[in-house]
Design a protein around this ligand. Structure first.
Ligand SMILES: [Zn+2]
Length: 148
């Protein structure tokens, strides 16, 4: 089923009104709910979907294989996928991009930063305390210096 300019405009309009994908599919006719969601994603309309609706979509799209499973896995970990990442959300990557369950933190980002407070600390301080280890020689040298 093709997407004529008219249908795309209608989809955009209905989506903007907060209609669900199934309602839009019914109004447009000849398309599945999934097709509506897919088109909306491509039109970058996805951000308008409420978290509640997204949950429903994830739960119901179990039938579709790997991609859906990966997305569900991502959601299960409390992460957001690339598609659901909003400009104000923390884009700290978590997991392996090549494996299911990869996603982004998605928490509200700190002011002026692409990461939330927690991840900004990690991202901008690559050497946390525990990593800087003084070798034994250095420790002894320091002790000698200190004792005189
Ligand atoms: Zn974060």
């Amino acid at each position: 089923m093709g997407w004529t300019e008219e249908r795309v405009a209608l989809l955009t309009d209905l989506w903007g009104q907060g209609k669900t994908a199934s309602q839009i599919a019914a109004i447009l006719g000849g398309v599945t709910r999934n097709a509506v969601i897919g088109k909306a994603h491509r039109l970058s309309l996805a951000a308008r979907v409420s978290p509640l609706q997204q949950n429903n979509v994830k739960k119901r799209s179990v039938a579709t294989p790997a991609a859906a499973a990966a997305k569900a896995d991502t959601a299960a970990k409390g992460l957001v996928s690339m598609m659901d990442l909003t400009p104000r959300a923390c884009c700290f990557p978590i997991g392996d991009p090549k494996k299911p369950g990869f996603g982004f933190c998605g928490k509200p980002s700190a002011l002026g930063l692409p990461y939330c407070e927690t991840h900004a600390k990690i991202a901008y301080q690559p050497a946390p305390r525990g990593r800087i280890r003084v070798t034994e020689d250095e420790a002894q040298g320091a002790a000698r210096t200190a004792s005189g």
